[in-house]
Write a protein that binds this ligand. Structure first.
Ligand SMILES: [Mn+2]
Length: 338
């Protein structure tokens, strides 16, 4: 630990001078978690665990912050009483990080944060108001493609469905191994969705070819991308405290390879990322440390993309909060869903 270690900051990095190049944004949101609880404290636990993550990234060949300003924002907590009001509040808050000047990394919180984040992402200059140009790349145990769970259409189990509903153009997912008949049919029938199942990529004999197909898919993407990492996409042994740990998931190195491959694609601009379903584990810090290590890998991969000319700041005039709220947008897209 260096003497400039700053308590409460991601990686202990002091704020530094000037505007932020990377913003780590903890979102303490948990209103629909179905099984485990504690996703609300997860972001803070991840920031604390990051104190033990090495600043050196082998691909970057440098210590973070590598000359940049990495800012850890105050923990966002909703101030409104209902789920719908909190989602609107969240969408308006995160919109301020989509002006194109910086790279936001959101820490959640349950996966229900994704649809309002995607609504806000329309303001990024690379998206320029048209979310249909945006691809979401998702690592997750669950497809998150239900139409509702326990009568709640904004359940974390519907995060991917609602993101498509607010206008996201394409969804690529891997690690998927827990899903319903409804979701299996949706994956089959919806051309916007491409799913790489863990059964195939983790198969002891043929998994290697299936995994390579996933990497090839990431390398052939074009346009703006948001990367969403539900930590339950990893094998449950690595993240035992997450809300719904599932066996048979991705290895740590597969998550790293996904991140490195995506950020290395010269035809993609990764505009933002989130790491979610983090829960503070009491007996060992394994769950939150795993999340912190992968969040650090995301930041290092962004810094490398900047250095190699795949990402540049693009100031936007669209810095105002969204002209329509998340719910206005959602209800316009899916008239029957409200
Ligand atoms: Mn999820």
């Amino acid at each position: 630990m260096s003497e400039d270690f700053e308590e409460g900051a991601f990686l202990g990095l002091p704020r530094g001078d000037g505007p932020a190049d990377v913003a780590v944004v903890p979102l303490a949101y948990e209103l629909t978690t179905s099984y485990g609880t504690g996703a609300c404290d997860g972001p803070q636990a991840c920031v604390e665990a990051s104190a033990q993550v090495e600043l050196y990234d082998d691909r970057l060949g440098d210590d973070l912050p590598a000359g940049l300003v990495i800012s850890t924002e105050p923990v966002w907590e909703g101030t409104t009483p209902t789920l719908r009001a909190q989602l609107d509040e969240l969408a308006a808050y995160v919109a301020s990080f989509y002006n194109g000047d910086l790279f936001p990394l959101f820490l959640g919180g349950e996966h229900g944060i994704l649809p309002p984040i995607m609504h806000a992402a329309r303001h990024h200059p690379s998206v320029n108001g048209d979310l249909s140009t945006l691809t979401v790349v998702q690592l997750d145990a669950h497809a998150d493609l239900r139409s509702s769970l326990d009568d709640e259409v904004f359940s974390h189990a519907c995060a991917a469905s609602r993101s498509l509903d607010v206008g996201v153009g394409q969804l690529l997912q891997a690690g998927i191994r827990a899903y319903s008949l409804e979701e299996a049919e949706r994956i089959q029938g919806d051309k916007r969705i491409m799913t790489f199942f863990a059964r195939d990529t983790q198969h002891p004999h043929t998994g290697r070819a299936a995994w390579q197909a996933w990497l090839d898919q990431l390398s052939s993407l074009t346009g703006p991308v948001h990367f969403t990492l539900d930590i339950d996409g990893l094998d449950g042994a690595l993240v035992p405290a997450t809300g719904t740990p599932v066996p048979g998931g991705l290895s740590y190195w597969q998550a790293v390879e996904t991140i490195e491959t995506l950020f290395a694609n010269p035809n993609v601009v990764v505009i933002s990322a989130d790491v979610n379903e983090i829960v503070a584990q009491d007996d060992t810090p394994l769950t939150q440390f795993t999340a912190a290590a992968l969040a650090t890998k995301i930041i290092a991969s962004h810094v490398l993309a900047r250095r190699e000319g795949r990402w540049a700041p693009r100031s936007s005039s669209l810095t105002q909060p969204p002209d329509e709220t998340f719910f206005q947008r959602f209800e316009a897209s899916v008239p029957s869903a409200s």
